[in-house]
Design a protein around this ligand. Sequence first.
Ligand code: ADP
Length: 255
Amino acid sequence: MLEINKLCFRYSRRSPFVLRDVDLVLADGEIGIILGKNGSGKTTLCKNVLGILKPVSGSLRFDGEDLIRMSRRERARRIAYVPQNIQFGALSVYDSILAGRISYFAYRAGKEDEEIVEKVLDDMGLTSFADRNVEELSGGERQKIAIARALVQEPRMLIFDEPTGNLDIANEQLILAEARRAAAEKHIGILISLHDLNQALEIGDRFFLIKNGRILYTGGKEVITEAAIREVFDAEVRIVEIDHKKIIINGGKIS
Ligand code: ADP
């Protein structure tokens, strides 16, 4: 379980706080969505959890252990990152995924590392891609490789930063389905930053609505209301129910 308490962060002493008193709890097997408009602090929050950025104050714990004091390597075994636009270099799919095992092997990959990579390739239907060069793949395929690379870390938690940013609808669905599968089958927590409300409702169990670095609302789907969206996104929307699902539609100036 991830527990963030009163986390504050700024990029430099002269700049304003980008995260202010952030509290967030995410249990194993749950998909948590950080929702907010551009510049609200979503990426900065993910990077604090990952240890890429160090908080000014507050605490970050995973299963009771202090993440801030943990080495990068120890943290990588617990929490894996699927970044927005991953750059792999001219590697094969297999080697790109194997690189995810780096926090486990000292100099070269062992048999166990290879077996884990092969299992993830198989689980994700990627075996026939193994020898392809990642640079030749489509955006959605590369994103899938990025997920595979994160999964071979055998993490207890995954963090996705805007995973569907550059993808078409079919690939969006594919990536969100992979996330849901990982949460359910491996019973790991998944934290996803998103700005698309309908995608968030489709996949999320818990929601953290962030504005100017502050979490204004936390909870299940019930926290996604027209009023909350107006406040957090400065946008007018209408929420309708279709097939018992909440759908957000534009209720603003475009008519
Ligand atoms: P989001 O992911 O929600 O779009 P970010 O976390 O990227 O938001 O940004 C939050 C705020 O932090 C923004 O005001 C942004 O300009 C600022 N910011 C982001 N990265 C840096 C940086 N490297 N140095 C200084 N300010 C930054």
